[in-house]
Design a protein around this ligand. Structure first.
Ligand SMILES: NC(=O)c1ccc[n+]([C@@H]2O[C@H](COP(=O)([O-])OP(=O)(O)OC[C@H]3O[C@@H](n4cnc5c(N)ncnc54)[C@H](OP(=O)(O)O)[C@@H]3O)[C@@H](O)[C@H]2O)c1
Length: 358
């Protein structure tokens, strides 16, 4: 642990956790008056550790536990830049009762980074695969597949993990960062979307085509994966300055998220109302952003998650935005081509996904 602390070059201002999971001052900023920790990467001379009186030790530890809003880093740090714990007594295998939990914590930080990068890679793979073979559900679902679920059931089941996993993380784990407003608001943004997607959207579908079971299973796995990634990151590891909610990046991201969600819901509403109850056919969507693009609902969804990615200012949030773009852009292209082939009078000026651009 001592070697790791010396090798680490802190980004500054990111509290780490000490014994018992308490937030501590990062290695680069020792508490004023605190003794220099052994081997914490300081540039000054190394001094021999001095044993403190218990009362003074406790006073320094509680001062070090206070959050450091004036850290200079307003946004969250990449998890790999988080410092190793240095609060509390020096840890070594001989006295380190907290070693297992700190190792677990570091391991989860790296895991969350790895999962985020993997989500980006998975997005690129999905982009290539879906471009080659197309999306397997809705109007493109094979009618010969024996294993199919009714559309409302499939949407409910596959999207529910994105709601259940974060709720489990909120209520059944320490979720210590949720004491901070930026983390709460960001996780609430994620949850609000999935309350709509998993508990409301499925019950509004009109005449949706049955979904192949394998497509539902893949979506279920992704929602579990991404629900864990976003909620664990925001509830346990993302560190924001107290005033992050007034930062231009957060504010712009929040507005994009809100506008994107409204576009998405409104566009899904337009599509739904193309059918009378009991109908299953297709018509040319008109009104709203459908006047500009063939997949206005996907445009809303992409804007929404780009806003979320910006507001979280994290690899985790950005990975989800990228993944969403990769998946929905390929499906939007498929829809656009399908409309052009199916309807002779389909407006030629409409773009695929992004008004006036693509
Ligand atoms: N974040 C992500 O990665 C992600 C991925 C996928 C979907 N989503 C979101 O999930 C929602 C639904 O996605 P989706 O792929 O199912 O959207 P979609 O293909 O546009 O279909 C939405 C619904 O409208 C119906 N519909 C579509 N076009 C129609 C037309 N021209 N005439 C009549 N009915 C029409 C569909 O019926 P049929 O089922 O009969 O075609 C379906 O019930 C969207 O809001 C999307 O943004 C998000």
């Amino acid at each position: 642990m001592r070697r790791a602390a010396r090798a680490w070059r802190p980004g500054g201002g990111v509290p780490s956790r000490g014994r018992g999971g308490k937030a501590c001052r990062p290695a680069s900023r020792p508490a004023p008056g605190a003794p220099r920790a052994r081997g914490t990467g300081g540039t000054g001379p190394r001094v021999a550790p001095r044993r403190l009186k218990p009362a003074r030790e406790e006073r320094l530890a509680s001062r070090a536990r206070r959050p450091t809003p004036a850290s200079g880093n307003r946004a969250s740090q990449p998890l790999t830049a988080l410092p190793p714990p240095i609060c509390g007594p020096p840890r070594s295998p001989s006295n380190g009762a907290s070693l297992p939990s700190s190792v677990m914590e570091l391991a989860e930080r790296f895991l969350l980074d790895a999962l985020a990068y993997f989500e980006c890679a998975f997005g690129f793979v999905a982009f290539v695969l879906l471009t080659l073979v197309g999306s397997p559900y809705g109007r493109y679902a094979s009618q010969r597949s024996a294993w199919r679920l009714a559309a409302p059931t499939a949407w409910l089941v596959q999207e529910l993990p994105s709601l259940v996993v974060p709720l489990f993380v909120c209520f059944c784990t320490a979720a210590e960062r949720l004491r901070h407003w930026p983390n709460r608001v960001l996780l609430a943004m994620f949850l609000v979307h999935y309350i709509q997607r998993s508990l409301i959207f499925p019950f509004l579908i009109r005449g949706g085509k049955p979904t192949p079971l394998y497509s539902c299973v893949i979506a279920f796995i992704f929602c579990t994966y991404n629900g864990y990634l976003q909620s664990r990151y925001l509830s346990e590891y993302a560190v924001y300055a107290v005033d992050w909610v007034t930062d231009p990046r957060f504010l712009t991201g929040f507005v994009l998220w809100l506008v994107g969600m409204l576009i998405n819901i409104h566009s899904d509403h337009i599509l739904r109302n193309l059918r009378q109850p009991g109908e299953t056919g297709y018509k040319i969507p008109r009104g709203g952003l459908f006047e500009y693009v063939s997949a206005a609902n996907y445009f809303g969804e992409v804007v929404e998650w780009c806003g979320y990615g910006l507001a979280t200012w994290s690899v985790q949030g950005g990975a989800f935005a990228l993944f969403t773009f990769c998946v929905l852009f390929t499906r939007a292209q498929q829809h656009h081509q399908w409309y052009l082939e199916k309807f002779e009078d389909y407006p030629k000026s409409r773009k695929t996904l992004i008004p006036f651009l693509i």
